[in-house]
Design a protein around this ligand. Structure first.
Ligand code: FES
Length: 148
C-alpha cells in the first residue's frame, strides 16, 4: 500500500532561497517527486502556525517549510521564527497523536538546487512511510457533525 500512496505535500518556500533552489533544480533537470506543491512566500517568517495547520486540515499529508540558511534570512530572523513555529506544530501534532514528522523545516541557499531535490525526495519518502494523514478526514467528519 505504501508504494501506491502518493502523498500531497505543501512546500512553503522562501522566494530568496528555497524557491530559487527549486527553480535551479528544474533548470538542472534534476527530478524530484511531484508530490511537493510549492507555495512561494516572501520569507518563511511569514508562515504562522495556523498556515501549517490549515494546510494539514485541507488535506496535505505533510508540510515542509524551506527557508534561507540560518544567519542569511533577508529579514534577519524570519527563518528562526519559522523554525520555532514548525517546532510548535510538531509538538501540537505529537500531543494529539499525529505523527510529528508530517511537518519539517529545511534551510538552504538559492545555489542548492541538488539539495532541494534531495529534501523533496526525503520529505516524500518520510510521508510515504508514515502513510496518509487522517487530519482532513477527522476534520470533515467533525465539521459535518457540528453542522447537522
Ligand atoms: Fe528567506 Fe527569510 S528571506 S527565510
Amino acid at each position: 500500500m505504501a508504494d501506491k500512496f502518493e502523498p500531497q505535500i505543501i512546500g512553503f518556500c522562501c522566494k530568496y532561497c528555497a524557491y530559487a533552489a527549486a527553480d535551479l533544480a528544474g533548470s538542472m533537470r534534476l527530478s524530484y517527486p511531484s508530490s511537493i506543491k510549492i507555495v512561494q512566500v516572501p520569507c518563511t517568517g511569514r508562515i504562522d502556525v495556523i498556515h501549517i495547520l490549515k494546510a494539514l486540515e485541507e488535506g496535505a499529508d505533510g508540510v515542509m517549510v524551506a527557508g534561507c540558511l540560518e544567519g542569511e534570512c533577508h529579514f534577519l530572523t524570519g527563518n528562526l521564527k519559522a523554525k520555532k513555529r514548525v517546532k510548535s506544530v510538531s509538538k501540537i501534532l505529537q500531543d494529539i497523536g499525529i505523527e510529528s514528522e508530517r511537518v519539517k523545516m529545511f534551510n538552504l541557499s538559492s545555489a542548492m538546487g541538488p539539495r532541494f531535490a534531495e529534501i523533496a525526495t526525503e520529505m516524500t519518502e518520510t510521508i510515504k512511510q508514515i502513510g496518509p494523514s487522517k487530519i482532513k478526514k477527522f476534520h470533515d467528519e467533525n465539521v459535518i457533525k457540528l453542522a447537522s
